[in-house]
Design a binder for this molecule. Structure first.
Ligand code: NDP
Length: 444
């Protein structure tokens, strides 16, 4: 049996109840076969893959917090510090009832390669809790965030591990966590990114993941003799990534006709009104069903259905495994050209294969949504030099990073004989740099 297959088998036995983590490991290990197979004996001797798939450290802790009635609740907090070969751990904190150790490990593992692809010196990590911020008052959110940080602060720091936002963790949550970190550690340092602008946050960080996704998509289309101008785009999600993906797509001349949340989805034939969407989701923190009352031409449907809408480009921006093989079939039947992942692993393995087999340009999240973490790293740079760059400066660096990233994965795919396969290209290019650093640092 090949070394790659041996390790996939070991990981499957050891983590059998963590399907998302297994899916991520299978995909990466399968892609990097050309590198591993070329010097299998040495990699096996040095247990390179075992070291790659086992996190350097996993932290799990109790998070007690008090609600507005004085009742105490207990959630579970996690931080997985996966790989620090190329820099301090960096990755977001997810607050969602579906969070468990398998989800955090899958996200942390993906983060290693994503962070490597940005070209910036950041290692991979991820954290979060099964706490559900929905329907909680600001005071309850603060109670949770302070308790969460009281434990987490022992393991993070500006040169050790720098968490950021993710699903359920936006500017409000990062603010409460930063305040508690500063209070406990007596340090005003850039330990968290996604901070408010008045205390060390970076301009353009809020927009970065969505904007970056579109900079990459635009470059992809241009390299194939097309552009976003006049294209119809479908987007899922209505959170941070989705909102700014819609905004940038429209700025680049596309018409975005859908968005969704966990209860339903909107079809707006006139193009999504992004200012209205921001008001509903960022200001009122309300359900998407409210969209229709201000846009009579739009339709609101309960459940899921975004992928059944005819489009040229599809951008899944909500959550993992939200686009399955039936959705992929519907997209292909409707003539989709490109699918670029704004969320982390939103496309199932079977759907990915179907899209690739049918000639759709498919760019995985670890490449397409890397603009968020790249701009977080730019926030770290600004914090270190105690300066703030202008919106234009950060945005232009982001654009350059995403365009370079596209060419990096495209070239890697070509170099290894997988032209047009951006999944292979992203995994190979991301792994090359991590492998080089791991080899240089000895068996640690
Ligand atoms: P938000 O919490 O801001 O928004 C998430 C959106 O997805 C909401 O519309 C939410 O609906 C919907 N959603 C979440 N879970 C589910 C679910 N189980 N089923 C259906 N819909 C769901 O998160 P972000 O926009 O920040 O993150 C979206 C994705 O992008 C995630 O995969 C995240 O890991 C990834 N990502 C985010 C980055 C960032 O900078 N924010 C960076 C890179 C990747 P509802 O409001 O109803 O819950």
């Amino acid at each position: 049996m090949s070394y790659v297959d041996e390790v996939i088998e070991q990981v499957t036995v050891k983590n059998h109840d963590e399907p998302e983590f297994l899916q991520a490991v299978r995909e990466v290990l399968d892609s990097i076969r050309p590198i591993i197979d070329a010097d299998e004996q040495r990699f096996r001797r040095d247990a390179v893959l075992e070291r790659l798939v086992n996190p350097e450290r996993q932290i799990k802790f109790r998070v007690p917090w008090i609600d507005d009635n004085g009742d105490v609740h207990v959630n579970t907090g996690y931080r997985v510090q996966f790989n620090s070969a190329i820099g301090p751990y960096k990755g977001g904190l997810r607050l969602h009832p579906s969070v468990n150790i398998g989800i955090i490990k899958f996200l942390g593992f993906e983060q290693i390669f994503k962070n490597s692809l940005t070209g910036l010196p950041i290692g991979g990590g991820k954290g979060g809790s099964d706490f559900d911020p929905k329907g909680k008052s600001d005071r309850e959110i603060m109670s949770f965030c302070q308790s969460f940080m009281t434990e987490l602060c022992k393991y993070i720091g500006a040169d050790t591990d720098i968490p950021a936002g993710d699903i359920g963790t936006g500017g409000r949550e990062i603010g409460f966590m930063f305040g508690q970190y500063k209070r406990l550690r007596n340090l005003f340092e850039g330990t968290l990114t996604g901070k408010g602008l008045s205390f060390g946050g970076s301009l353009a960080r809020t927009e970065a993941t969505g904007y970056g996704l579109l900079y990459l998509t635009d470059e992809l289309l241009r390299c194939h003799g097309e552009s976003l101008e006049g294209k119809t785009v479908v987007v899922s999600g209505a959170g941070n990534v989705a909102i700014y993906a819609i905004e940038k797509a429209q700025q680049l001349g596309a018409k975005v006709v859908t968005c969704s949340d966990s209860t339903g989805w909107v079809y707006d034939p006139d193009g999504i009104d992004v200012e209205l969407l921001k008001d509903i989701k960022e200001v009122r923190r309300a359900r998407l069903s409210e969209y229709k009352s201000s846009r009579p031409n739009a339709e609101y449907h309960e459940g899921r259905g975004v992928w059944s809408v005819k489009c040229d480009v599809a951008l899944p921006c909500a959550t993992q495994n939200e686009l399955d093989v039936d959705d992929a079939k519907a997209l292909v039947a409707n003539g989709v050209t490109a699918v670029c992942e704004g969320a982390n692993m939103p496309t199932t393995e079977a759907a990915t294969k179907y899209l690739q087999d049918n000639g759709v340009y498919f760019v995985p999240g670890k490449a397409a949504n890397a603009g968020g973490v790249a701009t977080s790293a730019l926030e770290m740079s600004q914090n270190s030099e105690r300066l703030s760059w202008s919106f234009e400066e950060v945005d232009s660096k982001l654009k350059t990073i995403m365009e370079n990233l596209y060419h990096n994965i495209d070239n890697a795919a070509k170099r290894y004989g997988f032209e047009g396969n951006y999944v292979a290209g992203a995994n190979l290019a991301g792994f090359e740099k991590v492998l080089d650093a791991m080899n240089a640092q000895g068996i640690v």
